[in-house]
Write a protein that binds this ligand. Structure first.
Ligand code: XBP
Ligand code: MG
Length: 241
């Protein structure tokens, strides 16, 4: 198989963002008079549901049943999520969340070699822009042929919708592509779209089930190993001294 495209998940894959999301949710709750506090252990459970607005609703329905929902609960959740996004993008703008090891190099190597790159994420376009402007520079969008984000599809991961949307945009079939994911939800999404998938684990996902992944890595600090495993001809020669 010749790989024509690499499709990247964002949160947890391009950067270790989930704790930044968690802290931003908590700031939004406090500013809106809510005594909700999502600690790491609780957030680990809440990550079962993708999408920030969906996650807030899941928290209320399954973890805070005593909370009396206001009549306009849907609008209130949208508002909370907007405030959360503002905090999160500000945090990214200040450069607090770097790209994960090897990611920038992989994007540059693959782009240079003419491999198409794309994004398939449940997070918002604002968040992707804020992350990649800092991580890849102001021309970050030039690297990507399709950006599948957030509410653009009706069903978020683990549904395959976002990957189907990206494949359609690229005009490629699943067999032409590989995906890079960090979570069970993400893996289920890409596999359901028929895409061969590699996983890099993180703090929140390391104990999840990655059955069906083509390979599981701690991170991509050893890019040549990843290139060999994935069949990408992008090997770097060690620099001579
Ligand atoms: C991971 C997610 C997201 C973020 C929150 O997305 O589950 O919901 O935690 O993002 P990815 P929003 O597919 O990139 O791994 O609050 O912007 O929805
Ligand atoms: Mg992810």
């Amino acid at each position: 198989m010749t790989i024509k495209a690499i499709i990247f998940d964002v949160d947890g894959t391009l950067a270790d963002t989930e704790d930044g999301h968690r802290k931003s949710f908590n700031k939004a709750f406090a500013e809106n008079g809510l005594d909700w506090n999502w600690d790491v252990a609780l957030y680990d459970k809440l990550l079962k549901v993708t999408g920030g607005k969906e996650r807030i609703k899941y928290y209320v329905s399954d973890f805070n049943t005593a909370y009396k929902k206001p009549d306009n609960f849907d609008d209130f959740v949208k508002h909370l999520h907007k405030v959360k996004t503002a905090h999160y993008t500000a945090m990214l703008g200040e450069g607090h969340i770097p790209m994960r090891p090897g990611i920038k190099q992989l994007i540059q190597d693959a782009h240079k070699a003419g491999i198409t790159l794309a994004i398939a994420t449940t997070t918002t376009p604002e968040n992707v822009t804020a992350l990649l402007q800092v991580g890849l520079g102001k021309n970050w969008a030039d690297f990507f042929a399709a950006n599948g984000c957030g509410d653009i599809v009706p069903h978020k991961k683990p549904a395959p919708d976002i990957y189907f949307w990206v494949l359609d945009k690229l005009g490629l079939s699943a067999a032409d592509c590989i995906a890079l994911e960090d979570s069970n939800n993400g893996l289920r999404s890409s596999l359901a779209a028929g895409i061969k998938t590699y996983v890099t684990i993180n703090q929140y996902t390391r104990n999840q089930d990655f059955t069906g992944a083509a390979g599981v890595f701690d991170d991509l600090s050893d890019l040549n190993s990843f290139y060999s495993a994935a069949g990408l001809s992008l090997h770097k020669e060690p620099e001579s001294s």
